[in-house]
Write a protein that binds this ligand. Structure first.
Ligand code: SAH
Length: 348
């Protein structure tokens, strides 16, 4: 079966031509796919062609398996099913500037951050570009008739820069005029800091916002929670960020999860401010979303406020991430993990 979802209009035209079809069908199929249609719904294609496509190809590589709506806000958590039986998570959030979808880029993750649920069982495999687009199409089908996805954040399970080529293909598909047509200024890519790939990304000439999971003011603390810090020290990471800012003209966002007893004291905020001084950047504070298996502590509201004020006093642009969907296993990898555990429990 050929997955058509990850193909560009030009590739679909070529695929049609090589299957003995007129090339213009490629453009029609591309439009339908990006509208979220399955082959049966592609009504301007001859019936015989629809049957042929159904037998040979895939238009919807991702299906909705579960939806969980938050009782606290408008957030919805999706569990997406892939064709090989794996599943990944996505979160749809309603902000004043429209719907934002958080998508997964891998089944699991191999980065090993000690606070994160996604990485507990390692990485099963990377998603294809068509599967990442499939997550967006699923969310658009969910919103059909009401609205559509306006912004995308690559902050679900997986390390996007560990799936570099597929992620680049996905980003280029997003901005196709006949497709879902999401400008890359509305896309944020979050990385734990794969330095060489950050330099590659800066050369792609794509106006995506780069988010970097920093989570510490120095290497010593960073190494306690993020194994990647043993490979790329913070000075190298910050140099890669400065290069990204210089090449793209865009500020970098630093994600900083506050972990009780690890990185949340005033001295840590002061040290962080010192390291980021003069950089065109923004800090996004995230109170740790406690993952049972991890044994790490969260922080009080007071601690968050104090940390934030210390940064502000030192002229660092900072916000705290709104905690959305706290009641629906909002943190990375939690819903997939719970569902897998329940399934295993049933089998056992
Ligand atoms: N691999 C990428 C993107 C996925 S994680 C990265 O590391 O950036 C998206 C963000 O959520 C990252 O900043 C990650 O460190 C953070 N995160 C993961 N688990 C968390 C938890 N339990 N509480 C708070 N933030 C968490």
């Amino acid at each position: 079966m050929t997955e058509l979802t990850g193909m560009t209009p030009q590739e679909l035209q070529a695929w049609c031509a090589s299957s003995g079809l007129p090339a213009f069908r490629g453009k029609q199929i591309f439009r339908w796919i990006h509208q979220g249609a399955d082959f049966d719904g592609m009504t301007n294609l001859p019936l015989s062609l629809r049957e042929k496509l159904k037998a040979e190809a895939v238009a919807q590589p991702v299906q909705m398996v579960q939806e969980r709506r938050s009782q606290l806000d408008d957030t919805v958590k999706f569990l997406f099913g892939l064709r090989d039986g794996n599943c990944v998570e996505g979160v749809l959030m309603h902000y004043h500037h429209g719907y934002t979808l958080c998508i997964s880029t891998q089944v699991g993750c191999r980065m090993g951050c000690t606070f994160c649920a996604s990485t507990l069982d390692g990485c099963v495999r990377s998603l294809t570009a068509g599967e990442m687009l499939g997550e967006v199409l699923c969310a658009n089908r969910y919103l059909a008739g009401r609205d559509r996805v306006h912004n995308i954040v690559l902050m679900g399970s997986g390390e996007p820069l560990d799936n570099y080529d597929n992620v680049m293909r996905f980003l280029r598909l997003l901005r196709e005029e006949d497709g879902v047509n999401i400008g890359l200024r509305n896309v944020s890519l979050s990385t734990c800091g794969l330095v060489p790939r950050m330099y590659d990304l800066a050369e792609e000439n794509l106006p995506v916002t780069l988010s970097v999971s920093l989570h510490a003011p120095n290497d010593e603390i960073r190494r306690m929670t993020m194994p990647v810090a043993k490979v790329y020290p913070m000075e190298e990471l910050l140099a890669a960020c400065r290069n990204y800012i210089e090449k793209t003209g865009r500020r970098v966002v630093f994600e900083y999860a506050l972990v009780g007893g690890v990185n949340c004291e005033e001295k840590h905020a002061i040290e962080l401010a010192g390291r980021l001084r003069g950089m065109q950047c923004h800090v996004n504070l995230i109170p740790l979303n406690v993952v049972e298996e991890r044994g790490l502590q969260g922080v009080t509201e007071d601690t968050v406020r104090r940390f934030m004020r210390t940064l502000e006093d030192r002229h660092i642009s900072v916000t705290r991430r709104r905690e959305m969907g706290d009641d629906i296993e909002g943190a990375c990898g939690q819903l997939r993990r719970k569902t897998l555990q329940q399934a295993q429990g049933r089998e056992g």
